[in-house]
Design a protein around this ligand. Structure first.
Ligand code: DC
Length: 220
């Protein structure tokens, strides 16, 4: 069974998907982390997002795997645990440019399907219900107001000792939303048949319960 969750940055996808996967004993597949890992590697190598040839070489020469059961799943790139480095501001600001490239998306979508084959999976991203797993048993489009999403990001940053103003975060989120929803290749959009879930004002427990109930309905 596949539970597919799409939605914009900060809508609550990651924390909810991770917890639902832990509860169901499912594989947790964070596709955003994969796009972030490729971005990190390209930035380290000085490969521009417009250089398709060099990006193709990066895709061929990079191994991305997940280790550990949710909620403690880690992303490993070429043997290095990059779970923290992929969350830096630098990667966050550049990832929308790299993930829009055909050569990057083709390779990662193929890998995502391989990781999921034969498993119960909770998978989250931007094109999961529309492109990667359009036949997923449970499809969810998660949203929240931009103010709520900026608030959540501010708390996440504060936990790592970084202070950012809400205005700055709202502007960053809006820029990323715009890039992710207007790109030519697999833009973020609500898939046909996806259930819309607005998490503004919902607690994490309520979000987990909402999805677990949908999954249980399918399984029973
Ligand atoms: O969910 P996130 O913030 O970690 O995702 C990072 C970026 O990756 C986001 O700007 C959009 C992109 N992404 C994508 O294009 N397709 C996905 N399936 C997942 C993420």
């Amino acid at each position: 069974m596949i539970i597919a969750i799409d939605g914009p940055a900060g809508s609550g996808k990651s924390s909810t998907a991770r917890a639902v996967a832990a509860r169901l004993g499912a594989v947790y597949l964070d596709t955003g982390a994969m796009y972030r890992a490729v971005t990190l590697k390209a930035l380290r190598l000085g490969v521009a997002h417009t250089d398709d040839e060099a990006l193709a070489a990066v895709m061929r020469g990079t191994e991305i795997v997940f280790e550990g059961a949710p909620p403690d799943t880690r992303i490993i790139m070429d043997g290095e645990d990059v779970s923290r480095p992929v969350r830096t501001d630098e990667v966050t600001k550049s990832v929308s440019d790299y993930c829009a490239r055909d050569v990057v998306r083709r390779a990662l979508v193929e890998q995502q399907r391989k990781i999921a084959a034969g498993h119960t999976v909770v998978c989250e991203g931007r094109d999961i219900c529309t492109v990667v797993f359009p036949n997923a048993e449970v499809k969810i489009y998660m949203t929240a107001s931009v103010e709520e999403r900026a608030n959540r990001r501010q708390k996440d940053f504060a936990a790592t000792g970084i202070n950012k103003s809400l205005e700055e975060l709202i502007s960053e989120i809006e820029t990323r939303d715009r890039k992710d929803s207007t790109r030519a290749n697999s833009p973020l959009t609500k898939a046909e048949g996806a259930i819309e879930m607005d998490t503004t004002g919902m607690t994490l427990d309520e979000q987990i319960e909402f999805i677990a109930r949908l999954a249980n309905k399918y399984m029973s």
